[in-house]
Design a protein. Structure first.
Length: 245
C-alpha cells in the first residue's frame, strides 16, 4: 500500500490506525509526504519561536520520524526526492502552500503561497514525480484523499489529483480516504489501534496537542480522534474493468 499525504501529521490524523493495522497484518506500507508543513501554524508554547523559520522544517521532519516509528513505517519518501522524482531531474523540494479558512471546517488557498509551493506547481510535474515512486515501489493500491482533499486544503487536493492521475497512468488501483460509512466504502473498525494512533499523534507536538480522546490543533480547533476509517476505490485497473465487462 502506498499512502500519499500532503504534510507531516496528515498520515496519522487521517490514516494512522489503518497504517498500524496493515503493518500488523504483514502488509508493506509506503508513505509519501509531499511537503514539510513549513507554512503551518505552531502550537502556542515552547515551539512558538519556530514559526516561519527553517528550524520549523527540521522540527517537523523530526516529529514525523517519531510518528512513523510509533506506527511502524520504515518506508518513507519526500516528494521531489528520488525515487519520488523523475529520473534525471535535480532533487526538488515542494513547499507547503499554506491555507485560509473560508468556512467552518473548510479550507481554501492562501493569498501568499510561497514560490515552490505544491499548489502552485504544475500538476503534470507533480504527477510525474508521484508516478516515479509508484513505478519503483509497485504497490497494489495507492491511497490518498477524496476529491475535496478531506477539508479543502490546496495541498491535499493537489497530491490527491497527482496520485490519482499517476495511478491511472500506471494501471494501479486508487482508493480515497472516507471518514464515514457509505455504499461502496470498505470500512475498517480500528478502535483496537487507538493507543498506537494516539502515541503517534503526540509526536506532532508543534501542530497539535492530545487531550484524552481529542486533539486540539494549533488554531484551537478541537477534533475527536477517529481510528476507524473507510476506503473507496475510485480508479480500478484496466484489468479489473475488463473483468467487470
Amino acid at each position: 500500500m502506498l499512502f500519499a499525504h500532503a504534510h507531516p501529521d496528515d498520515e496519522t490524523i487521517s490514516t494512522g490506525a489503518l497504517i498500524a493495522e496493515l503493518i500488523a497484518r504483514g502488509i508493506r506500507v509506503t508513505l509519501l509526504t509531499a511537503t514539510r508543513g513549513e507554512q503551518g501554524e505552531v502550537v502556542a508554547g515552547p515551539l512558538s519561536p519556530l514559526a516561519g523559520t527553517d528550524a520549523l522544517t527540521a522540527e517537523r521532519e523530526r516529529e514525523l520520524a517519531g510518528a512513523l516509528a510509533a506506527l511502524g513505517i520504515t518506508d518513507h519518501y519526500w516528494l521531489g526526492t528520488p525515487p519520488a522524482r523523475v529520473a534525471g531531474l535535480r532533487q526538488h523540494t515542494y513547499r507547503d502552500s499554506g491555507m485560509t479558512w473560508v468556512a467552518e471546517g473548510v479550507a481554501g488557498p492562501a493569498d501568499d503561497a510561497p514560490a515552490g509551493a505544491l499548489a502552485r506547481a504544475d500538476l503534470a510535474d507533480v504527477t510525474a514525480d508521484v508516478a516515479a515512486l509508484i513505478a519503483t515501489v509497485q504497490p497494489d493500491l495507492v491511497i490518498s484523499y477524496d476529491d475535496h482533499g478531506g477539508y479543502g486544503h490546496p495541498d491535499h487536493v493537489r497530491i490527491r489529483d497527482a496520485a490519482l492521475q499517476a495511478s491511472v497512468a500506471l494501471n494501479v488501483p486508487f482508493a480515497e480516504i472516507r471518514e464515514q460509512q457509505a455504499p461502496g466504502v470498505e470500512w475498517f473498525e480500528l478502535e483496537h489501534r487507538r493507543a498506537t494512533m494516539t502515541d503517534a499523534l503526540r509526536h506532532h507536538a508543534s501542530q497539535l496537542t492530545v487531550f484524552g480522546d481529542e486533539v486540539v490543533h494549533s488554531g484551537g480547533q478541537r477534533e475527536p480522534i477517529h481510528p476507524s476509517v473507510g476506503l473507496r476505490v475510485v480508479a480500478p485497473t484496466q484489468a479489473t474493468l475488463a473483468a467487470a465487462d
